[in-house]
Design a binder for this molecule. Structure first.
Ligand code: FEO
Length: 392
């Protein structure tokens, strides 16, 4: 039995709890996730967003706790990614008269690719409004937060913003609001979410934050995680800070190693940072989840990446990490490439090239040590890193 939660008079949370979901397109979710959907009961009945198809029955049951789904007049689709729109088809079967409100033209185009023929679309431009009785919904386009089609929906009379992916966190909880859970945990989830989802789109996210900064807000209802009502200023300030993409003075050393030589180099680099008072985290990518590493990378000033040369390239897990790094491309950090080798220094060069393409500044030549690294080589590597820190 699934129940709705009234979050404000006439507005209900009817989403899906993904208690045991642990990953979405490469981002780990150790605390699970939520696909939030919201139901507004006015002269018109409006569903804002849906959920992944595997939870469609849960969504419809929560809606039915408030109203017969057949009474839904509009389904607002703020974003066509399947974690929010996959269940639109199922809801439409229960609500055959519902129209689907979507951004024009991008959302309309995306939804047409997988919704059945005959859906009654209401494509909306940036700033368009929809009167639903006592309430007015305004649609604000927020392209690339996180796809080209994204928009947010603002309910003027309630000062409630349905923000979809923006301001989300991957967390499943029995509580719906930010002031009912541990705030540090939620903010930490919001940071990881931003680093792993929105890093490539910081300029667009900055514009979206500016667009909502000036409006009266009593609640921000994201499509993932808890609703912001007591800490709206904190999450907006955090997003503004993250959008500036300014690293702190920390360092991350991430490596994969075969027989210990590259690991030894990683530890030497780590010791050098420590000796200079730089806060550093050293991660074996075969042990530490790459989306957690990426969160640290987002905040780091120095990022050292190492692999031995293996089959003329990097080790497979490091290859996966580099692919992830290249896609998210956190620009403006100082990069360092390192690793051991037998007869060709290929991995270190490859790491350096990928990091440059991802926007890292690479002031040092790739550091390469023979398999059997020597104390002399370690000393030089240690001193090189110390000099690099001194020069910044
Ligand atoms: Fe939560 Fe871009 O979907």
């Amino acid at each position: 039995m699934f129940k709705a939660t009234e979050i404000k008079q006439g507005i209900y949370w009817v989403g899906a709890l993904e208690w045991e979901e642990r990953c979405i397109h490469g981002v780990s979710m150790p605390l699970g996730s939520t696909n939030n959907a919201y139901l507004i009961i006015d002269e018109k009945v409006v569903l804002v967003d849906t959920c992944i198809g595997s939870h469609a029955a849960e969504l419809i049951e929560r809606i039915s706790d408030v109203v017969d789904p057949a009474r839904i007049d509009y389904i607002v689709s703020n974003h066509g990614e399947k974690d929010h729109a996959d269940s639109i088809g199922r809801v439409l079967k229960a609500a055959p008269n519902a129209k689907v409100v979507t951004s024009d033209p991008k959302g309309h185009a995306i939804l047409q690719t997988y919704l059945p023929d005959g859906v009654d679309f209401v494509p909306v431009k940036n700033g368009d409004v929809l009167n639903i009785g006592k309430r007015t919904l305004q649609f604000i386009h927020t392209p690339m937060v996180h796809w080209p089609d994204n928009m947010v929906t603002y309910c003027r009379e309630d000062s409630v913003l349905f923000s979809n992916d923006a301001f989300g966190q991957f967390i499943a909880t029995s509580k719906r609001f930010d002031d009912e859970v541990n705030l540090d945990t939620v903010l930490s989830c919001a940071k990881k979410y931003f680093a792993n989802i929105l890093t490539p789109y910081v300029r667009q996210t900055e514009k979206a934050v500016q667009a909502v900064r000036g409006i009266d807000l009593e609640m921000i209802c994201p499509a993932h995680g808890v609703i912001w009502r007591s800490n709206i200023g904190k999450i907006l300030d955090l997003y503004e800070k993250l959008c500036r993409c300014e690293p702190d003075d920390s360092a991350v050393v991430v490596y994969s190693s075969m027989y210990g030589s590259t690991e030894r180099m990683a530890l030497t680099i780590t010791e050098a940072f420590m000796s200079k008072g730089v806060r550093v985290r050293c991660c074996d990518i075969d042990v530490t989840d790459m989306s957690d590493v990426m969160t640290d990378v987002f905040f780091a000033k120095y990022v050292a990446v190492g692999s031995p040369t293996h089959n003329n390239t990097v080790l497979p897990t490091m290859g996966a990490f580099l692919t992830y790094l290249k896609g998210l491309a956190p620009t403006g950090r100082i990069g360092i490439s390192f690793g051991s080798y037998g007869w060709v220094q290929a991995a270190q060069k490859e790491i350096s090239e990928v990091m440059q393409k991802a926007g890292f500044v690479m002031p040092l030549n790739p550091a390469a040590e023979p398999w059997n690294d020597t104390p002399a080589g370690e000393e030089e590597l240690f001193e090189t890193i110390c000099r690099l820190v001194d020069e910044q």
